[in-house]
Design a protein around this ligand. Structure first.
Ligand code: G3H
Ligand code: 13P
Ligand code: ZN
Ligand code: NA
Length: 321
């Protein structure tokens, strides 16, 4: 059934795991993710960004998710607005069948963030919808806004209690060193391992711990949590692509965060890499083929395998539906 994240997060918090929040933009992505969740019996959050709504249209995305709900009758599924930029976008999603919205006013001053978030919470709660808010700024790219590494800032733990109590938000995204996109860190922020692959700086678990201490039992969200699998980066680069030094968050660190207060982990870039790598390789091997079903089928299958791996080995939410 289509549900809010309320019970999902309560169980995740108590169980020491996190629910995966995967961005969806078309049918094959929805299918790849939901087939994985169905197979391992995991709850899931399907999330839609402003860009996804601009690309695929609100109604198509809602109907695709409704189809997934019909196909997965035993799996709790939440439909979430990712990075809602303003009240109007949140309202449109609340009115249009979403069960959860994010209002991202994290780039605004603290008081303004509270004010906007509070307004969304009031409308959402009146309609049985839950709200994710954000404090702190991630580096990276989202909806065409690029935040340079030096402009990113960690969440200040001393602000979280006031923010949550004044806004009434249901979950809080925090900045502890994750970053959006496939290039999460610049080479000078990283070291290199024996293979020459970039090793990113570790997440700030001290900040997470301090936030959790101040908000006991409250669900925390991590954005920018793709791991950027080097197998797919290699597949892309070996088949005509050019993604030098793409780097993500190591899986063990996400696993650790999931065992703590983090109840929702956002993944988008890894789905894109799996899809693009698979399609590039297909075209390289079969330059004569032109039926979209022939290349979208293996792309969807690889998304499914990747998501299954994450549900079991990174999020720990398999068997929790
Ligand atoms: O945080 C951003 C998500 O990956 C969505 O990306 O705005 O390109 O749809 P998008
Ligand atoms: P990634 O770019 O790391 O997949 O992050 C996705 C995200 O945070 C969506 O809100
Ligand atoms: Zn995000
Ligand atoms: Na958790």
């Amino acid at each position: 059934p289509l549900v809010t994240t309320k019970e999902m997060f309560q169980k995740a918090y108590a169980g020491g795991y996190a629910v995966g929040a995967f961005n969806v933009n078309n049918m094959e992505i929805v299918q790849g993710i939901t087939e994985a969740a169905k197979e391992v019996n995991a709850p899931m959050i399907l999330q839609v960004s402003k860009g996804a709504r601009a690309y695929a249209n609100h109604t198509y995305l809602v109907k695709l998710v409704e189809a997934a709900v019909i196909e997965c009758p035993n799996i709790p599924i939440a439909l979430h607005l990712d990075h809602g930029p303003d009240f109007e976008t949140c309202k449109s999603c609340i009115d249009g069948g979403f069960t959860s919205v994010m209002i991202d006013a994290s780039s605004k001053p603290f008081e303004e963030n509270i004010e906007i978030t509070k307004k969304v919470v009031e409308y959402a709660h009146d309609h049985g919808v839950v709200v994710e808010a954000e404090l702190g700024t991630l580096a990276g790219i989202e909806d065409d806004v690029k935040v340079a590494a030096h402009a990113a800032s960690y969440t200040r733990p001393e602000e979280v209690e006031e923010f949550v109590s004044k806004t009434g938000c249901d979950s809080l995204a925090i900045a502890i060193g994750t970053s959006h996109g496939a290039y999460k860190f610049t080479a000078d922020q990283c070291t290199r391992n024996e293979k020459g692959v970039l090793v990113p700086p570790p997440l700030r678990f001290d900040v997470l711990e301090e936030v959790s201490k101040r908000l006991p039992g409250f669900p925390i969200v991590l954005h920018g949590s793709s791991s950027v699998p080097q197998d797919y980066v290699k597949m892309i680069n070996e088949n005509g692509g050019k993604m030098p030094d793409a780097v993500g968050i190591p899986e063990e660190q996400l696993r650790k965060a999931a065992s703590m207060s983090v109840c929702k982990i956002n993944i988008d870039s890894d789905l894109r890499l799996a899809m693009t790598g698979t399609i590039r390789q297909f075209f390289n091997e079969h330059p004569d083929k032109f039926d979209p079903r022939e290349y979208l089928k293996p792309a969807r299958a690889n998304i499914k395998e990747m998501v299954k791996h994450k549900l079991i080995n990174v999020l720990g939410c398999d068997g929790k539906a």
